[in-house]
Design a protein around this ligand. Structure first.
Ligand code: ATP
Ligand code: ATP
Ligand code: MG
Ligand code: MG
Ligand code: MG
Ligand code: MG
Length: 258
């Protein structure tokens, strides 16, 4: 196309390419989901359908963007890790961020009915996003551990809070009651007062959700002799597991390799 005299305006655009040799994390978070979850009557503290919807969107993200190697989600947020060497949109921050957020948001709307067949989507959900660079795989592990610790702390607090509220305290009273309590006190409260063993709660609530690719053995159809044929396939999987200790990463070293 011929240059026009207006071409110079392009010079006002920033070069926002992210530095090479860095892992890239995109973290998205639901906008005003305190309100959104109330408007759509999410179960408190954890609405399973809402979490399953988030997880389904994350699985579709990995299926759509091959350079995402890992995702971790809790509540209304998800972190997506892009491999160190990605050349997706020349590593331009605004392209990576805007595509991630808009694609995720569209998935959330498109899949809503699948997870809430009886609930009308009353307002358009939106997500904010940020992009962060980490120069070492070890820091990615620490970043993800940080999110999982946060999941644990919030879930423990929220489980106590909503049990207190459901047993007759006002939200203010429940908040006052929990002020200054340690982790041990909260587990004790749940057990003594509500008969809940914290560790028996669903792993999805306690550990959050991990999405990554793994080799899965599948039984394909029978061959002519009537024997089943097994084959391994690289599949996007969802798991609610510990990623703070070294076990997961030593068993899945390929995820954070170059
Ligand atoms: P912001 O726009 O600043 O992110 P927010 O209202 O979304 O504000 P968050 O700190 O992101 O605040 O908290 C998310 C809110 O959404 C919490 O209040 C949480 O209870 C609610 N929420 C998100 N997912 C679920 C779920 N699966 N079940 C129940 N509540 C949920
Ligand atoms: P990129 O992802 O790089 O933006 P693109 O395919 O979206 O790739 P654009 O330069 O944005 O490329 O061009 C938009 C394309 O969408 C054009 O091919 C145009 O013909 C088509 N398109 C968009 N809006 C309309 C419309 N209202 N009617 C017909 N075609 C449209
Ligand atoms: Mg936010
Ligand atoms: Mg939010
Ligand atoms: Mg949040
Ligand atoms: Mg276009």
């Amino acid at each position: 196309m011929a240059n026009s005299k207006y071409e110079y305006v392009k010079k006002f655009e920033d070069d926002d390419r992210l530095p090479p040799c860095n892992w890239i994390v995109v973290r998205i978070d639901g906008c005003h989901f305190h309100r959104f979850s109330a408007d759509h009557e999410f179960e408190k503290p954890n609405d399973k359908n809402a979490l399953n919807l988030m997880n389904s969107c994350a699985v579709s993200m990995l299926e759509h963007f091959p350079d995402i190697v890992f995702a971790y989600g809790v509540s209304d947020e998800y972190s997506f890790v892009l491999k160190e060497t990605t050349q997706f949109y020349q590593r331009r921050a605004s392209k990576i961020l805007s595509l991630s957020v808009s694609y995720f948001t569209s998935l959330y709307v498109m899949k809503w009915k699948e997870f809430f067949p009886d609930k009308e989507l009353k307002a358009p959900p939106s997500f904010d996003g940020r992009v962060i660079c980490f120069p070492k795989a070890k820091i990615i592990q620490d970043y993800l551990a940080w999110r999982q610790v946060d999941c644990h702390i919030n879930n423990q607090y929220n489980t106590c809070f909503w049990n207190l509220v459901n047993s007759g305290k006002t939200e203010r009273e429940a908040q006052e009651f929990l002020k200054g309590t340690q982790s041990k006190d909260k587990n004790e409260l749940l057990f003594q007062q509500f008969g809940i063993n914290y560790n028996d709660l669903p792993a999805m609530f306690r550990k959050g959700s991990c999405v990554y690719r793994d080799k899965v053995e599948e039984t394909a159809k029978l061959d002519k002799g009537g024997n089943s044929i097994k084959r391994t396939r690289n599949k996007v999987v969802l798991a609610h597991i510990d990623i703070i200790g070294p076990k997961f990463w030593s068993e899945h070293q390929y995820i954070l390799e170059e």
